[in-house]
Ligand binder design. Structure first.
Ligand code: PHE
Ligand code: FE
Length: 279
């Protein structure tokens, strides 16, 4: 991935954003900033601060990367949308986070077909200022190359989904959100913590890698890590090769399945999902 043509990186072209684009960012930012204290892991709020993300308007990736580079050696680069898995892994392994440059329309504040710059930057980048989380993301990229060579991308992708996108974390006696898909969504930042519908289960690596996920609605199960240290240790120390082989023989688990061995923090009513299906 050394050549400049196959890395999918494009200029952010910050000066081409309209006043409406910047105003959309500001509205989304204000909504989440009001919502998150007490719900999100403290490291996220610290990241907003370190990166000066409260400055109005869509962040300029060059400026953002300067601050992030200083904090943990990561950069943010613009790409045209979703990129191939191998490109994505290669960037992560080199501490480059790929982000979309476009922002949703003002009439779509809560509705997203594809990640936009608000999800990618507000959702993902603040935690990259946390040294342990930053190392986890790099390790994930390296793990991705390996998973690709072992035909196990689907299993590794579930780990990303249930941690980086939709993860919950213990904070003393409380549970907080940290996944980017949650922290960038006004309604899911409430649902994931407070709604009686979803299961909340203590993180277990193999269990997570067996669990399907849904991309069209709130999750029916969230997994709760103890700490970023614990997540990094569990994933870095484990040799995923034998785990992938073992899981090939195991059945995939449905999104609402509860196993006898699960450390269940909340047994969900699944009311939300049932109401959806019944429509
Ligand atoms: N330890 C994993 C492997 O052997 C790599 C990895 C680390 C994957 C951290 C994800 C997160 O493949
Ligand atoms: Fe994302």
């Amino acid at each position: 991935m050394d050549s400049v043509t196959d890395d999918f990186i494009i200029p952010q072209d910050w000066s081409s954003y309209s006043a409406v684009d910047h105003a959309t960012w500001d509205r989304l930012f204000a909504r989440q900033q009001a919502m998150l204290p007490g719900r999100v892991v403290p490291a996220f709020l610290k990241g907003l601060d370190v990166l000066r993300l409260s400055k109005p308007g869509i962040p300029d990736f060059a400026e953002l990367s300067d601050r992030l580079m200083h904090a943990t050696g990561w950069q943010v680069v613009a790409v045209p949308g979703l990129v191939p898995d191998d490109v994505f892994y290669e960037h992560l392994a080199n501490r480059r986070f790929v982000a979309g440059r476009t922002i949703r329309r003002p009439d779509q504040l809560d509705y997203l077909e594809e990640p936009d710059v608000f999800h990618d930057v507000f959702g993902h980048v603040p935690l990259l200022t946390d040294p342990v989380f930053a190392d986890y993301m790099q390790a994930y990229g390296e793990g991705g190359r390996r998973a690709a060579s072992l035909g196990a991308i689907d299993k590794l992708a579930r780990l990303y989904w249930y941690t980086v996108e939709f993860g919950l974390i213990r904070d003393g006696d409380a549970t907080r959100i940290f996944g980017a898909g949650i922290v960038s969504s006004r309604s899911e930042s409430v649902f994931a913590l407070d709604d009686p519908s979803p299961n909340r289960i203590a993180f277990d690596l193999k269990r997570v890698m067996r669990t399907r996920y849904r991309i069209d609605d709130y999750q029916q199960t969230y997994f709760v890590i103890d700490s970023f240290d614990d997540l990094l240790r569990q994933t870095l120390d484990a040799d995923f090769g034998p785990i992938y082989a073992e899981l090939d023989a195991a059945e995939d688990l449905d999104v609402d399945r509860i196993l006898p061995g699960d450390r269940l923090l909340t047994r969900g009513t699944q009311r939300h999902a049932r109401a959806r299906t019944a429509r």
